[in-house]
Each structure stands twice: as structure tokens, then as C-alpha cells.
Design a protein around this ligand. Sequence first.
Ligand SMILES: Nc1ncnc2c1ncn2[C@@H]1O[C@H](COP(=O)(O)OP(=O)(O)OP(=O)(O)O)[C@@H](O)[C@H]1O
Ligand SMILES: [Mg+2]
Length: 287
Amino acid sequence: MYKDFFKLQNYPFGVTANPKYLYWSRGHEEALSFLIFGIEMRKGFILLTGEIGAGKTTVCRALAETLSDAYRTAFVFNPNLSELELLETIVEDFGIKPERKSRKGYFDALNRFLIGRNQEGQTAMLIIDEAQNLSRRALEQVRLLSNLESAESKLLQIILVGQPELRDTLGDPRLTQLKQRITVSYHLKPLERDEVGRYIDHRLTVARSGEEEKGKFTIYKGNELRFEPTTYDLIYDFSNGIPRLINSICDKALLAAFVKETWIITDELITEAQNEAQGIKVEGVFQ
Ligand SMILES: Nc1ncnc2c1ncn2[C@@H]1O[C@H](COP(=O)(O)OP(=O)(O)OP(=O)(O)O)[C@@H](O)[C@H]1O
Ligand SMILES: [Mg+2]
């Protein structure tokens, strides 16, 4: 579709949390630093929250890619699980084969695995994404995992990732024990107004498969897809800097530009895309 028309290798504004496209905004960079700090200091429990679509999953994927072989990571993406299923998922993701498929069987196998990793100088890490969906009982189960420790430090570093309501859930007095164990926490904010243009430019550069030019805007030559700089403000106003919303608008604008056979993304195209995103039909562009 429009990919070939604009001479792109990939679609620049996809919806997957692909770390290849990661633009290091101030917030995203800080979030990663906090996570690394928490893990390296073996703080045990780390909390990462952020608005819907702010980039939490993307940051976690980038974290997993950044860490060396000295780290072993289990990722839970869908925590809509019973306590037992949650344990099973964690054990499987670490590649552990428990002797018995019971709560005790999983716990014992995990404990042995973690002690082994610790003896070999490795750090084991558990990332639970969408943790706002964990039931209170499952959260309690996660807390019990954090009890696995050696004389010196926690054997498992747990990162809970979720939307802002996760903080409310953790405010439940019945979860005080868990809340008290969270020593590092970070709230990922949307992009700032001045970051929107660089974010868009960065995603376009990656989609062209070119090397990222750090800190510089691309210099355009001739017939190349480009956003008029005035569009950035419009996009910010619509999206409040939420990357997923920025992607959605930009993707629609590119499609509209393709239909009109133009290379330049204007304010008009962005406004049409916004109307489309809000469900307002615009004659002739989106059918
Ligand atoms: N810093 C960034 N650089 C490039 N793309 C980003 C960045 N942050 C987010 N995105 C993009 O925005 C979209 C949403 O990101 P992601 O899925 O990580 O958000 P989330 O916070 O995990 O959302 P949810 O609350 O729904 O779980 C993805 O397409 C992702 O690639
Ligand atoms: Mg996510």
C-alpha cells in the first residue's frame, strides 16, 4: 500500500511495541534508567506506571534487549490468570521443568532455579505487564515470590508494569505488605510538545531503514515524504503527546496523502485524520 508509494521499507506508525522504533524522549530515557537502577541495586520490587499507550511495554522490551546474558528474564504479558496459572507461566518462561505441577512444585522449582542463577552471578528478573489486570490474590502471590531471597539480596527482581489504576489497586490496605516492598517506582509521562516532531522524524527514519541521525532533523531532498513543521503542534494538541495516538493520526494522514498522491503532510491532512480518528466522516478521503 502506501509504503511503496513513499519509498519506505516498513510502515512507520504501526501499533506494536517494537523497540526498534524507540525514540528516547526524556521520559522514556528516565524510565529505562530507573528500571536498570532498580535491577542492578537488586531492590526486589519495581513499579512502572503510565497512561494508556504511553510506551510502557516498549520500554520493557527495550530493557530486555539492553541487558546482557548475565540477566535471565521471564515476561508475563497477559496477567488475566489464576494464581496457579501465573506461577506456571513464570516457571515456563524461565524454561524451568518442575517435577510436580502444583503450587509447591512450582515454588520449589523456582527457588532452586533462582539459587542456581545467583550462584552463577546471574540476575533473574520477572516483568509483569498489564499488571492492573492482576487480581488481588495474584498480586499477593507475586509478593510471596519476592520472599525468595539469599542472605544478601532478593533472588528475583520483579517489575510490575501497568496503567495508572495499578497505583490505586496497590493503595488497597490489604496489599500494604506488597506496597511497602516497592522501593523504586516511575510514572512514564507522555511526550512533551517539543518532542513530537523528533518522535515522528525518528519513526520515519527507522521506517526508511536509514540510520538514526541523533539530535538532528532529516534534511529532505526532492520528492520525499515529509511533515510540515506546523503539523507537530496540531498532533500534540490532539494526542496530548501519547505515542499510540500520535501513531494513529500519522498513519491515517499518510494514507490520506497516498490517496491524494502527495508527499507533504499538511495541517489540512492532519485535521482530516483527526476527524477520522474521532469518527467524523470526511467526504472523499476516507471511505
Ligand atoms: N518512545 C517511543 N518511541 C517510539 N515509539 C513509541 C514510544 N513510546 C511508545 N511508542 C509506540 O506507541 C505505541 C504504544 O506503545 P506501548 O504499547 O509500549 O504503550 P503502553 O504504555 O504499553 O500501552 P498500554 O497502556 O495499552 O499497555 C506503540 O506503537 C509503540 O511503538
Ligand atoms: Mg502495554
